[in-house]
Design a protein around this ligand. Structure first.
Ligand SMILES: Cc1ncc(COP(=O)(O)O)c(C=O)c1O
Length: 421
């Protein structure tokens, strides 16, 4: 089992630096997310340093807030030199409130309201990605003379076998490449320096050769419009190894191949942007939940019930994803007893796996850790479902442990606030 990046095992306990994650969970209570700054910082550094070897006018890397908009993570992203990619009014407000300069922010995503585009233009953010002729028209009308406008394109061919392919048949995203020329013409008054093209292949790609193969298709489309644009946002899709057989993406191999693609398509003079959430945030987070009950089925199989469920960590149920799961207070024990791990919700969908390898003899009070939970953890979870408690977020930085917010967020608190407004 791969230990998440920058974590280590000390005296049988998973730790960030010298801080034991089981100790943090016992002190602050579960369910909780624990975030390690060491991990976030080293993953960010890896990505930024490798992408900066790309031979182009300039490379910028944007943190995709959708992966984890927790205030502490936004601070860490800013400190790591990442810019900010937002996809809603809420994310735009969070980026501005957490110290990102408007000139560091880009906005993208389908179905933007006129009000959202107007807010982006009023704040004079760095870039706005338009995803349809309608959005392009609004952007041209509201153009502030500062914000770069990028047109997102899509192509016929998707990525076979990639669950989260966002090119190909997925017409929700961007405009068809055949409409690109017309849309860029419509935005002609914006001018080359502020005009650009965006594409996003898909998420969780682990093989750099596969990535390069699809960038080849997209960059070839873009090459024809090179004279009209100054910026290319090439998205991301930088994956992280979740399952045992997964391997780390070769980022330097990617950067080298990508430089060659820019050169062969006459695009080396462009500013190149990338977006990432998962690559920098996934490893930094561990979701911890306590065993509340242990049951033995008629077939002798063990089922455990935990205090956290899919309301707190939806990704496994929703994406059928395969996160490493360990009993973190008995990390060194043999994890080969097939166990069903179920949350407290009144639905059979609420489980973290029906045959997860755990030690034999799991007891009430033991701690389950779900690793690589720093991206698409809390942000993707239906926290109001059944009105259980909302997980705490605890951060570890330079050996210091602190809760992300002063007050616990509770479903009752959320509704009280709405009702009293
Ligand atoms: C356009 C776009 N950019 C960036 C991301 C972030 O992806 P990831 O967290 O896998 O890096 C996504 C995820 O859906 C996306 O749709």
């Amino acid at each position: 089992m791969s230990i998440p990046y920058s974590y280590s095992v000390k005296k049988g306990s998973i730790c960030s630096g010298d801080v034991s994650i089981a100790g943090v969970a016992r002190e602050y209570g579960t369910p909780c997310y624990v975030y390690s700054h060491d991990s976030f910082r080293s993953r960010s550094r890896n990505l930024v340093e490798s992408l900066n070897t790309i031979r182009s006018k300039e490379v910028k890397v944007f943190y995709s807030m959708k992966a984890n908009p927790s205030p502490v993570i936004l601070n860490w992203a800013r400190e790591a030199g990442l810019h900010s990619e937002v996809s809603s009014m809420g994310e735009l407000e969070m980026a501005l409130a957490h110290g990102f300069d408007p000139t560091d922010i880009i906005l993208l995503g389908p179905g933007k309201s006129r009000a959202l585009i107007e807010a982006a233009m009023t704040h004079r953010i760095l870039g706005l990605v338009v995803e349809s002729p309608r959005e392009a028209k609004i952007a041209a009308e509201l153009d502030n003379g500062v914000t770069r406008i990028l047109v997102r394109i899509n192509v016929e061919q998707g990525i076979p076998g990639l669950d989260e392919s966002m090119i190909g048949g997925v017409e929700k995203f961007g405009i068809n490449a055949s409409e690109l020329g017309r849309t860029l013409d419509d935005l002609g008054t914006v001018g080359k320096d502020r005009l650009g093209i965006h594409y996003y292949l898909g998420s969780q790609i682990l093989d750099h050769e596969t990535m390069l193969k699809y960038h080849t298709v997209l960059l070839r489309e873009i090459a024809a419009y090179s004279d009209m644009i100054g910026t290319v946002d090439c998205g991301g899709g930088f994956g992280v190894p979740y399952s045992d057989g997964d391997t780390e993406l070769d980022l330097y191999g990617f950067a080298d191949g990508f430089s060659k693609l820019l050169l062969s398509n006459g695009l080396s003079d462009k500013e190149v942007w990338f977006e990432t959430g998962r690559y920098v945030a996934a490893d930094c987070g561990i979701f911890v939940t306590t065993v509340m009950d242990v049951k033995k089925g008629a077939n002798g199989r063990t089922t455990i019930i935990t205090d956290g469920g899919m309301n707190d960590f939806f990704r496994i149920a929703f994406m059928k994803s395969d996160h490493p799961i360990r009993l973190i207070n008995r990390l060194g024990d043999d994890h080969s007893n097939e166990t069903a791990i179920c949350g407290p919700l009144c639905t059979p969908l609420d489980n973290f796996g029906t045959s997860v390898g755990l030690p034999a003899g799991v007891e009430e009070g033991d701690l389950i850790g779900i690793f690589k939970a720093g991206a698409y953890g809390l942000s993707m979870s239906p926290i109001l479902f059944l009105l259980h408690s909302i997980p705490k977020e605890i951060a570890i930085k330079d050996g210091r442990v602190f809760p992300v917010s002063k007050n616990d967020l509770t479903p009752f608190g959320v509704y009280s606030k709405i009702l009293s407004a």
